[in-house]
Design a protein around this ligand. Structure first.
Ligand code: ATP
Length: 330
C-alpha cells in the first residue's frame, strides 16, 4: 500500500485544515495511507507524528471530520532552523525512509517550498506543495490559501477603526502583515475604503503624502486610514508616523498593528473551496507520480506549477489596483 505524509509549515493560514482534510480524504478514497507530521519540518526531524491512538500516525477520513471550518491547523505548524542545514534535511529524509513514506504533501508558503526543494535533492520520494500562507506571494495561483480570509479579518478591524477615526477626526496608520508583499495591504485598503496603502512595491514619500492628505482635509474628509504593509521599506509604522507628524500632517495621528489576529479565525467559504481543490489536486498528483510541483488555481483553472516558478518572486501586485485606490481616494 502506498503511504504519503503530510505537514503544515511556516505561519499558520486559515484553510490549512480544509486543505489537510482534502488530502486525507482524496488519498483514502484512492486507497493510499496518509501519515500526519506535526509541527512542520521539525516534526520530521523528531519523528513527531499525528496522535492516531494506535501509534501509526495514520490519519483516517474520520480524523479530519469537522475541521474545514476551523483556522489554524490540527497538525500544528512551525519554523525549523535545523531544517535549513544540510544535516537537518538529511535527517528529515532518513525519517521518511525509515517510515516507508513514498510521497509528501507540504502545506505552506515560499520558505516551506524552498525547504521542499532541498528535501527533494536528498530524498527519492515525491513532494507536492499547497500554497498555505496569508501573504499571497506565490506565483502559480491567483490567491494563496488564507489570503482572502486575512483580508476579511483586516477589513473588519478597519471598519471599526474608521468609526473612531471619524468621530475624533483622526488619521489612523494600520499595519498589516504580508512579509515582503504588498498584496494584503493593497486588498485590505481597497476593500476597507482606506485612502492610502504604503506597500513595498511602491516608494512612500511622506512629504507628498502630507500634501495629498491636506488636500483631502480641505475637501472635507473627517478621517483618513492609511494601510501600511509590514514589509514597506521605510522603517515601519512608527517611523512613518513620525515623518507625517514632522511634515505637518493636519490630522492627529494614531497607529495600530493588527498583528496575529490576521492569521486566525474561520476560513471564508472561498478559502475553504480553494483549500479543498488544492488539497485534492495535490493528493491526486502525488499518487499519479508527479513531484516538485505546487497545486494552485489560476484564472479559474486548477493547475500544477514547478516549485522554482512558484517561489521565483514573479507575483506582483496589480498596478491597476494601485491606480484604482488613488481614484477612490478623492
Ligand atoms: P509564511 O511566509 O506564511 O510564514 P513560509 O513557508 O514562507 O510561510 P518560512 O518561515 O519562510 O515560512 O519557512 C518555513 C520553514 O521552511 C522554515 O522554518 C524552514 O524550516 C523551512 N525553510 C525555509 N527556507 C528554507 C531553505 N532555504 N532551506 C531549507 N528549509 C527552508
Amino acid at each position: 500500500m502506498m503511504r504519503i505524509a503530510i505537514l503544515c509549515s511556516g505561519g499558520d493560514a486559515p484553510g490549512m485544515n480544509a486543505c489537510l482534510r482534502a488530502v486525507v480524504r482524496t488519498a483514502s478514497t484512492m486507497g493510499v495511507e496518509v501519515v500526519g507530521v506535526r509541527h512542520g519540518y521539525q516534526g520530521l526531524l523528531d519523528g513527531d507524528f499525528y496522535e492516531s491512538g494506535d501509534g501509526t500516525g495514520v490519519m483516517s477520513a474520520r480524523s479530519v471530520s469537522h475541521i474545514i471550518q476551523h483556522g489554524g491547523t490540527i497538525l500544528r505548524t512551525g519554523r525549523c532552523d535545523e531544517f535549513r542545514t544540510a544535516s537537518g534535511v538529511r535527517k528529515a529524509a532518513d525519517t521518511l525512509v525509515a517510515n516507508n513514506i513514498d510521497g509528501l504533501v507540504v502545506i505552506g508558503g515560499d520558505g516551506s517550498l524552498r525547504g521542499a526543494i532541498e528535501l527533494g535533492k536528498v530524498w527519492s520520494g515525491r513532494i507536492v506543495g499547497c500554497p498555505g500562507t496569508i501573504d499571497n506571494d506565490l506565483a502559480g495561483t491567483d490567491y494563496t490559501i488564507g489570503f482572502l480570509t486575512a483580508v476579511a479579518t483586516a477589513v473588519e478591524a478597519i471598519d471599526k477603526l474608521r468609526d473612531t477615526a471619524e468621530s475624533h477626526e483622526r488619521l489612523f496608520l494600520v499595519e498589516v502583515m504580508g512579509r515582503g508583499s504588498g498584496y494584503l495591504a493593497l486588498f485590505t485598503a481597497l476593500a476597507s475604503g482606506a485612502e492610502f496603502a504604503c506597500i513595498p512595491e511602491t516608494p512612500t514619500h511622506s512629504a507628498q503624502m502630507v500634501s495629498d492628505i491636506s488636500v483631502l482635509k480641505k475637501r472635507g474628509k473627517a478621517s483618513i486610514i492609511v494601510v501600511v504593509a509590514e514589509g514597506d521599506d521605510d522603517g515601519g509604522i512608527e517611523v512613518l508616523r513620525g515623518e507625517l507628524e514632522a511634515e505637518g500632517c493636519p490630522y492627529p495621528l494614531r497607529s495600530v498593528k493588527l498583528g496575529h489576529v490576521q492569521r486566525g479565525g474561520s476560513p471564508t467559504p472561498a478559502d475553504r473551496i480553494l483549500a479543498s481543490e488544492a488539497g485534492d489536486l495535490a493528493a491526486r498528483a502525488l499518487i499519479d507520480g508527479k513531484s516538485g510541483v505546487m497545486a494552485g488555481r489560476l484564472a479559474g483553472q486548477m493547475q500544477l506549477t514547478p516549485f522554482a516558478e512558484a517561489i521565483a518572486g514573479t507575483k506582483t501586485v496589480p498596478l491597476e489596483q494601485i491606480q484604482l485606490l488613488k481614484r477612490m481616494s478623492v
